[in-house]
Write a protein of this length. Structure first.
Length: 412
């Protein structure tokens, strides 16, 4: 797409001639994001599979949508399919695909499971695993930071401490999240190929369902705490299994790609890497600034309960709204003229990469603990960090990331 792509106006709804799910935009959404933010509070976008989507690319508008859960529903589905009309890949989540009052009950249970104390209790294991992972790659000098660091480290700690998932079949975790995140978007030819390559989806679904069952959840995990809530009668067994599934689906890919993208930004911004080296306790700032600049979850979805408008742009009951995090997190009206710059000194905590409002990511503190452990260990043990070749970009309907991130390091 040309940089100066025109913004057409159809009736009162601005139109931005980009398909958010085209291979080009999935590979690099910068021009789409700029055009969307410039177009107005909300705009129609192209969609080759025929979905009529209204997308939001301005920070204040997205915040207002997040803050009005009575009007902008989650229960009609994450993803482009309307839960009222279509069968989806899985049973609706009792968290991210529920509205109050059902959501309020589930959310209060998960908040009592993912407490600051529970997260602090994971710290020593996270730090030990991160240091071991960093020591391994420092010895190698050149390595793939995507698989050997950003993937290897969470795979060591998250399945045990967070999910409580059994050893056998763990390779299904990444297969599941790839398929799940692909299914939220349209089945473009590319997405269809990914689904075919993923093999027998029913086998993955069955493994996931079995892994969420009470008898298969490891005792020293957050999954086990969720089952205790079912034992106390706070939620039903079906809700507990569904909630454990949320940890399995939302807790791994998201953090892997967020860690890898932060490493990428640090490797390509030597002055920011020096800031982190000088103060490794700023690791979570480096992570949050990367999440702001380059959010891992491309978009979240809301569905209007009635005909209404978004910042004056009319939207219909049932129409899918996409809040585009890559655009809102660089909206110059909120972030200033240097919004495209990666800068550890920025106050980036109000970014929308983890959502906002009643559905804001409950796993955020776990993700930040991972970042603190891994990036802190890197900053302490590594002198120089730079790219060692071109990264390979992952194309997926929901997450942004790499499939390969070659880097070179020297020991401190
Ligand atoms: C950096 C990594 C992560 C990113 C970028 C991320 C992103 C998000 C986003 C954008 C939402 C809001 C969805 C919406 O409003 O529609 C969300 C919700 C959620 N996340 Fe995360 N997430 C991350 C890590 C985690 C982890 C580690 C877990 C669990 C172990 C987790 C579990 C959840 C759950 C259960 C919800 C639904 C909350 C609700 O609806 O009340 N996430 N996440």
């Amino acid at each position: 797409m040309p940089t100066d792509a025109p913004i057409h106006r159809r009736a009162t709804v601005p139109y931005v001639p980009f398909d958010p799910f085209s291979d080009e935009v999935l590979a690099d959404g910068t021009e789409f994001h700029r055009a969307l933010t410039a177009a107005g509070p909300a705009a129609r976008v192209d969609q080759s599979e025929g979905f009529e989507i209204v997308a939001v690319g301005r920070y204040e508008t997205a915040a207002a949508v997040y803050d009005d859960p009575a009007m902008f529903l989650n229960s009609r589905g994450q993803g482009l399919l309307d839960r009222l009309e279509d069968e989806s890949f899985r049973e609706p989540s009792v968290l991210v695909e529920a509205d109050p009052p059902d959501h309020t009950v589930a959310r209060s249970v998960i908040r009592k499971v993912i407490t600051p104390r529970a997260v602090r209790g994971m710290r020593a294991s996270f730090v030990a695993a991160a240091e071991a992972a960093v020591d391994r790659v420092v010895e190698q000098g050149s390595f793939d930071a995507q698989t050997e660091l950003a993937e290897a480290f969470p795979l060591k700690v998250i399945p045990d401490l967070v999910m409580g998932v059994r050893e056998e079949g763990r390779e299904n975790l990444l297969r599941y999240s790839t398929v799940l995140f692909e299914c939220l978007g349209p089945m473009t030819p590319r997405a269809r190929r990914v689904m075919e390559d993923a093999g027998d989806i029913d086998e993955v679904r069955t493994w996931i369902a079995e892994s969420c069952a009470r008898e298969n959840v490891g005792p020293a995990s957050l999954g086990a705490r969720i089952w205790e809530a079912a034992d106390s009668g706070a939620i039903t067994a079906a809700q507990a299994a569904n909630m454990v599934r949320s940890l399995l689906g939302a807790g791994l890919d998201t953090t892997i790609h967020s860690l890898a993208r932060t490493i990428y930004h640090l490797a390509t911004h030597p002055e920011q890497w020096r800031k982190l080296r000088a103060a490794p306790e700023r690791a979570t700032l480096a992570f949050d600034e990367s999440l702001r600049l380059d959010p891992t979850v491309r978009q979240t979805y809301r569905t209007p309960a009635r005909d209404t408008d978004i910042g004056g742009v009319p939207v219909r009951e049932g129409q899918k709204i996409m809040l585009i995090s890559g655009a809102v997190n660089r909206d110059p009206d909120h972030w200033g003229p240097d919004a495209d710059r990666y800068d550890l000194d920025r106050r980036s905590g109000s970014h929308l990469a983890l959502g906002r409002g009643i559905h804001q990511c409950v796993g955020g503190p776990i993700a930040r603990l991972e970042a603190d452990a891994l990036l802190g260990a890197l900053a302490r043990r590594v002198e120089s960090l730079e790219l060692d070749g071109d990264p390979e970009v992952l194309l997926n309907n929901t997450v942004r990331g790499f499939t390969r991130l070659p880097v070179r390091v020297t020991a401190a």
